[in-house]
Design a binder for this molecule. Structure first.
Ligand code: RP5
Length: 158
């Protein structure tokens, strides 16, 4: 069953959000990817957020840039954990995206990651951590991945 939904405000966000998809792929987590814009396709957003839990999704990763309302609006319509990825915008280098996503009013949380690629990777890993709390096989795969990462770090700079 698909466990994680990755949504993004525009196809132009894919270059960033594909990194979330890739880490989920690496760790064997079934996921889906969709373009869902808070501003341009509000009805699609409503349907996606309202239907997510019922379809069996466990976590939603939402990436958006600029006036990035997608993660917050998604969180307002589902009890599932929503992880927000601020996409690096051209005009303000993603500071607009970051502040739009991170400054949620009390009551509707969005777990906000870093701007850009690092945030997308970590959103994927965070989603895996959430799933791992109730799935031993996923926890073992995540621990093995972390161990491999540790072992790949050389002590020598060259
Ligand atoms: C946001 O506007 C999207 O998330 C994207 O980051 C930004 C620009 O979108 P495009 O004009 O490239 O479609 O809604």
């Amino acid at each position: 069953m698909t466990a994680v939904g990755i949504i993004m405000g525009s196809r132009s966000d894919w270059e960033t959000m594909r990194h979330a998809s890739e880490i989920l792929e690496t760790l064997g987590i079934a996921h889906e990817t969709r373009v869902v814009s808070a501003h341009r396709t509000p009805d699609r957003l409503y349907d996606y957020a309202k239907g997510a839990a019922g379809r069996g999704l466990k976590v939603i990763i939402a990436g958006a840039g600029g006036a990035a309302h997608l993660p917050g609006m998604t969180a307002s319509m589902t009890h599932l954990p929503v992880l927000g990825v601020p996409v690096e915008s051209k005009a303000l280098s993603g500071m607009d995206s970051l502040l739009s996503i991170v400054q949620m009013p009390g009551g509707i949380p969005v777990g906000t990651l870093a701007i850009g690629k690092a945030g997308a990777i970590n959103a994927g890993l965070f989603a895996v951590s959430i799933l791992a709390t109730s799935d031993t096989a996923i926890a073992e795969r995540l621990q093995a991945w972390r161990q491999a990462q540790t072992e790949s770090v050389s002590e020598q700079p060259e």
